[in-house]
Design a protein around this ligand. Structure first.
Ligand code: 13P
Ligand code: SF4
Length: 310
């Protein structure tokens, strides 16, 4: 039976042999975050994938993130340790349904959250992530109608931030929609000095309690650098707490639980499909690989580049 030490050594040897870079999202298991060459939020990871000169990108995240890496840097081999690592938001917005929605609103521009398929990106006017969404909306003329997909919670939060009305697609994240307001209030009573930090994918009733709302990297910076509270109640996927504890070992980070106390609902089942064994195997076999039709890639690239230009 293989030991932990063996597999770390194997991954290191294969990473060197393949001239590979391992990129990991903050929601990955701590072991995967610790072995990665770069850890970040979805925008930071996209930029790291675009700029790398490694031959192979091992994307420890979910499918739409690895697909974005391939769109931005097509000459690299991009492998995703588990091809079934999807995203409930991307699944909620099938390409043909978005095409029909666009056709029903011919005067609107389509702004898509990066958590969507290449097909939906290709139909979009501009992409955003949670760390630049407000800037993207603010860049659109005030009299221009906007369709926003796929996350209705991020969309509603952006409407509040920007004072704009948008037509929202009704997708949700299976992790962020399950956080319990009742448990949040109980935690606030027990920890009256704690600050509440939430990802904008949370439901509006949760966001109403937040001292800070932002992308994963923004939550990390706020809880470890910007704010000086000792305790934070964390309303996003629990994986991020590993970096918070590493950066601020003297502070307390309390993961917000889901409504069903018997499940680990604050873990993303898609992100957690990636394992050390699957990372080793995809480095060894260079599969499963992200492949994309070049016409689709070029159409999907345009709205991503518009975002990057901002
Ligand atoms: P970030 O862009 O904040 O990393 O979020 C990605 C995501 O999938 C959140 O659920
Ligand atoms: Fe998608 Fe939610 Fe998982 Fe993020 S946490 S990858 S939005 S399912």
């Amino acid at each position: 039976m293989e030991t932990h030490i063996d597999i770390f050594d194997e991954i290191d040897a294969l990473r060197a042999e393949r001239n590979a870079i391992i990129l990991a999202h903050y929601y990955q298991d701590p072991d995967i975050q610790d072995l990665a060459d770069f850890i970040g939020d979805s925008l930071q990871l996209a930029k790291a994938a675009r700029d790398t000169d490694a031959d192979v990108i091992v994307f420890c995240g979910v499918h739409f993130m690895a697909e974005t890496a391939k769109i931005l840097n097509p000459s690299r081999t991009v492998v995703l340790p588990d091809m079934a690592a999807g995203c409930s938001l991307a699944d909620a917005a099938p390409g043909p349904d978005i095409a029909a929605w666009k056709a029903a609103h011919p005067d609107h521009v389509l702004v898509s959250y990066v958590n969507c398929s290449a097909d939906v990106k290709a139909q979009s006017d501009i992409i955003c992530t949670s760390s630049n969404a407000t800037r993207v909306i603010d860049s659109i003329p005030e009299d221009q109608g906007i369709l926003f997909c796929p996350d209705r919670n991020l969309g509603a939060w952006l409407e509040k931030q920007s004072g704009r009305d948008m037509v929202l697609w009704q997708g949700t994240c299976i992790v962020h929609e399950t956080f319990s307001e009742k448990r949040l209030i109980q935690l606030k009573v027990r920890h009256p000095d704690a600050k509440v930090i939430c990802h904008p994918e949370c439901e509006p009733n949760l966001l109403a309690h937040a001292d800070h709302i932002g992308s994963t990297s923004s939550l990390l910076t706020y809880a470890t650098t910007t704010d000086d509270a000792d305790t934070f109640i964390v309303g996003t996927e629990v994986g991020i707490i590993h970096q918070m504890e590493k950066a601020s070992p003297d502070r307390t980070f309390i993961p917000l639980p889901g409504m069903d106390e018997s499940c680990a609902c604050n873990e993303c089942p898609h992100m957690k499909r990636n394992t050390l064994e699957k990372i080793r195997d995809c480095l060894r076999d260079l599969t499963p690989q992200i492949e994309m039709d070049e016409t689709m890639r070029l159409r999907a690239l345009r709205p991503i580049e518009r975002m990057m230009e901002l």
